[in-house]
Write a new protein. Structure first.
Lengths: 436, 167
């Protein structure tokens, strides 16, 4: 049952490993992860079952399917899934994308609107609530067709929080809000900072690269690498008049259940609501007004946190919400130990003023995304690490930074939070004796 | 179309093709400072996300939406040793086909062309396929680029990872 370090989760713990892959030595202030965690096919197989099969995984945002019959399809945890707003109920339905007859995909477009989903193979037809509505030539079934049993299969658990829809393949998992634990407050900060209602901008970043998925977890909230890896981005900011002197400073917070965040001040501007030269002189008044609204609604302290403080948030195991020079929502999945498929979106206030939306997207793609000034260099760094692992020789990664102090945003405590939960969930499947 | 007009169209297309081939050669030679000189100072360079090829940068998320200032910064970045994804540089081969000039008589020419950009680096091969949309202004020595937009035909970037090179 629950353990000391995971107070909110009540799932049974697997048998403990003899030689854990994650070695946490608080007294020696040393934290190490064996590199087989990133390279071993056995570990990867166990992750698919024990982590991706037993966590709440991000599916999409309710704003992507506002109208009855709106749908999006995408893989979740490596499995074909589609999410549709029911025409009858208005509910968000999340189905396994497979015909209950003999398996073909019933939703074959990435997005759209439809009242029915017909399998083209034998023309079995389902409605947006998943009910089987049509079977050609049904007289051929001696006992008749059991329409109730043959509806589309729902993913075992589906819940949403502030419009973020999650699913789990584990019917026994704790409810979503319990699972999210301290991460809930940070989702609130992001959504309330956007005026309480958010949507995804049109346009998706879908890219893949040759590194283990956990390296992207680490990288997505790694304050330590920003200055060294992203020198060219900071040079660009300076060239357009940004003052870098404040630097990047802040702290890391353990949010429970493997979730963690770094929160910090930064030299870059924020569309809500910190003006910087990137946004242009004429945006100054609008951004000041947005900040004023936040103060009126939430008070000066919380408004300051929303407006000036950046958040790189991990929702364990594979959802990143980074509220930085824009807000990106990023999820990913490992098809193999040394590859990761990433899908990312830009989150924005619903009904945002056109001028502000333009500047937000501009700010996003300057740093973020496959054509930005930073993300390609992160990809290079992570592929470079993966290549470094292949040689053997050095067996351990060191993730000890900041263990002796109250954790700063450029320390590695947030990564240790992830890794502790990972080792706990993997149990004996993350055992060096097996991985070597 | 009269024979004269048809000949004019062919001749203009050949001039445009020469210009696009010269641009491709500058990119393949990594002569990015010279390449930037082809652009007007109010020029745009755009690459939409794969799933929204008709994206409007004012409203939709793009992969790249550079005005001249950011395009110049992109060139600076790629010329430095700190653009880690492109240091050392990829070898590239920009191939331009199916060039069409929309309205021969216009002051600003709308040009479409197909492209294949091959990228080779560290033992890996990537291939970008799509359509260019140019707005070209006539100038004394040929053309100037008013805007260049590269719309990708690939459904996603899974096979190429990123767009760190200039398409």
């Amino acid at each position: 049952m629950s353990t000391d370090c995971e107070p909110w989760v009540t799932q049974a713990t697997e048998v403990a490993p003899q030689l854990p892959i994650v070695v946490d030595e608080p007294v020696a202030q040393r934290f190490r992860v064996h590199r087989s965690a990133m390279t071993s096919p056995e570990i990867h197989r166990a992750e698919i079952e024990r982590i991706f099969g037993k966590s709440w995984l991000y599916v999409g945002h309710e704003s992507e399917i506002p109208e009855p019959g709106d749908f999006v399809r995408r893989p979740v945890g490596g499995r074909p899934i589609f999410m549709v707003r029911g025409v009858k109920t208005g509910n968000v339905n999340v189905f396994h994308n497979t015909c209950t007859h003999r398996g073909a995909l019933v939703c074959r477009q990435d997005s759209g609107n439809s009242k029915v989903f017909q399998c083209f193979y034998h023309a079995w037809t389902f409605d947006s609530e998943g009910r089987l509505k049509g079977v050609p030539d049904r007289d051929a079934y001696a006992g008749g067709v059991n329409f109730d049993e043959l509806g589309l299969k729902r993913v075992a658990r589906v819940e949403s929080y502030r419009g973020f829809v999650f699913a789990s393949f584990d019917p026994g998992i704790v409810d979503l809000q319990t699972y999210l634990a301290g991460a809930k407050d940070y989702i609130d900060l992001v959504v309330d900072g956007c005026g309480g209602s958010v949507e995804m901008a049109r346009g998706t970043n879908q890219y893949s690269f040759a590194a283990n998925w956990k390296l992207l977890v680490e990288n997505s909230f790694d304050g330590y690498h920003a200055e060294s890896t992203h020198d060219t981005y900071f040079k660009y900011l300076v060239s357009i008049g940004t003052d870098l002197r404040g630097g990047v400073s802040g702290r890391a917070v353990d949010l429970g259940n493997g979730h963690a965040v770094i929160e910090y001040s930064s030299p870059w501007g924020r569309p809500v609501a910190k003006w910087e030269p990137l946004f242009g002189e004429d945006a100054r008044a609008e951004i000041d007004r947005l900040r004023g609204d936040l103060v009126a609604r939430h008070g000066e302290d919380r408004a300051h946190t929303m407006a000036e403080v950046n958040r790189n948030l991990l929702i364990y195991p594979n959802l990143i919400i980074n509220d930085i020079m824009a807000v990106t929502v990023r999820t990913f999945y490992p098809p193999t130990p040394d590859a990761v498929d990433v899908t990312a979106w830009a989150l924005a206030p619903s009904n945002e003023l056109a001028s502000l939306r333009h500047r937000r997207l501009d700010s996003f793609l300057t740093f973020l995304g496959p054509g930005g000034f930073a993300t390609p260099d992160d990809i290079e760094a992570l592929e470079s690490c993966q290549q470094g692992f292949a040689g053997g020789g050095v067996e351990w990664n060191d993730i000890s930074r900041g263990m002796g102090r109250s954790p700063m945003a450029n320390d590695e405590e947030q990564m240790r939070v992830f890794w502790r939960r990972w080792q706990h969930q993997m149990g004996a499947a993350a055992d060096l004796a097996g991985a070597r | 179309m009269t024979a004269v007009a048809a000949r004019q169209q062919v001749s203009l297309r050949q001039q445009v093709e020469e210009f696009l081939y010269a641009e491709a050669a500058l990119l393949d030679a990594w002569a990015l400072d010279d390449w930037l000189l082809l652009f007007d100072e109010d020029a745009k360079y755009e690459v939409p996300c794969n799933d929204v090829p008709d994206a409007d940068p004012a409203r939709d998320l793009m992969l790249i939406d550079d005005n001249y200032v950011r395009l110049a910064a992109r060139v600076d970045r790629l010329n430095s040793r700190r653009a880690h994804r492109e240091y050392p540089h990829s070898r590239t081969n920009h191939q331009v086909f199916n060039v069409r000039v929309q309205d021969v008589s216009a002051e600003v020419l709308s040009v479409t062309a197909s492209f294949t950009v091959w990228r080779f680096r560290a033992g890996r091969t990537s291939c970008y396929v799509g359509q260019y949309r140019y707005r070209l202004r006539r100038s004394d020595d040929g053309f100037r680029i008013g805007s260049k937009r590269a719309e990708l035909d690939m459904t996603d970037l899974r096979s190429v990872a990123d767009v760190a090179i200039i398409l």
